[in-house]
Write a protein that binds this ligand. Structure first.
Ligand SMILES: NC(=O)c1ccc[n+]([C@@H]2O[C@H](COP(=O)([O-])OP(=O)(O)OC[C@H]3O[C@@H](n4cnc5c(N)ncnc54)[C@H](O)[C@@H]3O)[C@@H](O)[C@H]2O)c1
Ligand SMILES: [Zn+2]
Ligand SMILES: [Zn+2]
Length: 361
């Protein structure tokens, strides 16, 4: 039986989001209905609202979530009703050219629910990143549900579903940070701070946090940064070189998504070092660099989508580290809010007042 529940939707560019009634169908083959317990407010939800990702309004927002599986469709064996899960946007197909080469973290054909959630008048909803979790319940592909230890707080581990995984994985998976490395992170919002946490977990010797906001630098310090640089007050490239014996960092993670910060990352890394771009640029942005420097400095310039994560491998492991006190996910939860607080949370996010606002249900 289809169910009517509350959900937060975006109807058009520039319009405030609305809390309304949505209809969640029974799970089709391979699907699962999940009762949401917590969902973080991510920049990407705001990009959806603004039409920056596609024009397929109305969107059902929210995608950084944890909850409990309520029912599953035909053929689902990996999860069952009652399972505590973190939702992911990388339910790998197992069959595309990336999966077949043993690189499922690059899957080009990830799965979403086989049926559509709708408004009461039957209008089909587009769930953000195929999830749509600012809702009492949502319908996803069962592969989007990753079981984790139910002892964990939903508000904390739900963040593994997007921003924290993106930043932490940018350091650990994409950047391959290892013991003794020097790491710089440019932009210390939720994603950059997660990169700091990842670098710390990986055993980096020095972790230099760069931001223009002193409050963000304080937070980064609490999460594991060994040094901070306010790039409004001093040249970050010079500062990072000075802190690394004049050479630059082994790995520099760009978590802002702008050409000028990318250029800083490019020049703040040591010869043969790695730049990881995790910040998302906008379509009009362009980058100009002397090609001779790209060649002459060697190393690698990488981009990181979703921290090159494999949810089935990474979510349970990171949840365990959280429960053991080795990964402070609670530090990322600035505030918990109700389902009708998403619009106000967008404004606080735009002002840089929060690492993460998390809706609790
Ligand atoms: N690649 C992925 O898979 C993925 C996933 C989630 C988010 N993201 C992207 O990561 C980026 C960061 O996300 P977030 O949630 O941390 O955002 P945020 O707004 O919380 O953080 C951005 C930080 O950058 C700082 N900043 C802004 N301009 C700066 C500058 N010129 N120099 C230094 N610091 C500067 C801000 O003060 C802020 O602390 C966004 O572009 C987001 O879209 C990427
Ligand atoms: Zn695939
Ligand atoms: Zn997100």
């Amino acid at each position: 039986m289809a169910q009517s529940v509350r959900g937060v939707i975006a109807r058009g560019k520039g319009l405030p989001v609305e809390l309304t009634t949505i209809v969640v169908p029974d799970p089709g083959p391979g699907d699962a209905v999940v009762r949401i317990q917590a969902c973080g407010v991510c920049h990407t939800d705001y990009h959806y609202r603004e039409g920056g990702i596609s024009d397929d309004y109305p969107f059902l927002l929210g995608h950084e979530a944890a909850g409990v599986v309520e029912s599953v469709g035909e053929g689902v064996t990996d999860v069952a009703p009652g399972d505590f899960v973190v939702l992911n946007w990388r339910a790998v197909c197992g069959d595309c050219r990336a999966c077949r080469r043993g690189r499922p973290q690059y899957c080009f054909d990830t799965h979403n629910a086989s049926r559509k959630m709708t408004l009461e008048d039957g209008t089909e909803l587009s769930p953000a990143l195929g999830i749509g979790a600012f809702a009492d319940k949502t319908l996803v592909a069962a592969g989007q549900c990753t079981k984790v230890d139910p002892a964990a707080s939903p508000a904390a581990v739900g963040l593994l579903g997007c921003g924290v995984m993106a930043g932490l994985g940018a350091a650990v998976n994409t950047g391959n940070v290892g013991r003794g490395d020097t790491v710089a992170v440019i932009g210390c919002g939720g994603v950059g701070c997660a990169a700091v946490a990842g670098a710390r977990l990986a055993g980096a010797a020095k972790i230099i946090a760069v931001d223009i906001d002193p409050a963000k630098l304080e937070t980064a310090k609490g999460i594991g940064a060994t040094h901070t640089v306010n790039s409004r007050e001093s040249d970050p490239v010079e500062a990072i070189r000075e802190l690394t014996g004049g050479f630059g960092a082994d790995v520099v993670i760009e978590a802002v998504g702008r050409p000028e910060t990318y250029e800083q990352a490019f020049y703040a890394r040591d010869l043969a070092g790695t730049v990881v771009l995790v910040g998302v640029p906008t379509p009009e942005m362009k980058l100009e660099l002397p090609l001779l420097d790209v060649f002459g400095r060697g190393g690698s310039l990488k981009s990181s989508w979703y921290g090159d994560c494999l949810p089935s491998r990474d979510f349970p492991m990171l949840t365990d580290l959280y429960l053991q006190g080795r990964l402070d996910l609670d530090a990322f939860v600035t505030e918990t809010i109700a389902l009708d607080g998403v619009e106000a949370a967008f404004h606080r996010m735009e002002k840089g007042e929060v690492l993460r606002s998390v809706v609790e249900l």
